[in-house]
Write a new protein. Structure first.
Length: 75
């Protein structure tokens, strides 16, 4: 019985060590992801762009009309 308890103690110590290592790795990954998602790359991506104007719906209508004309021409 003593050997069995000793083996379980070792196993639980090993499980605790593995769990602690996994938690540390998860914490480091979350810190790394947090640093990577600071918005700097997003801001650089948006440089040189502008917001959609209130006439966006008109351009959508024009595109659909152009597609309709092309389809009628092909029929």
């Amino acid at each position: 019985m003593g050997l069995f308890l000793n083996q379980q103690d070792r196993r639980s110590e090993l499980q605790e060590k593995i769990a602690a290592d996994l938690q540390e790795k998860a914490r480091q990954n979350s810190l790394r992801e947090g640093a990577a998602m600071d918005g700097v790359d997003d801001i650089k991506y948006l440089e040189g762009t502008k917001q959609t104007t209130s006439l966006a719906w008109a351009w959508i209508v024009v595109v659909f009309l152009a597609i309709g004309v092309v389809l009628l021409f092909l029929m």
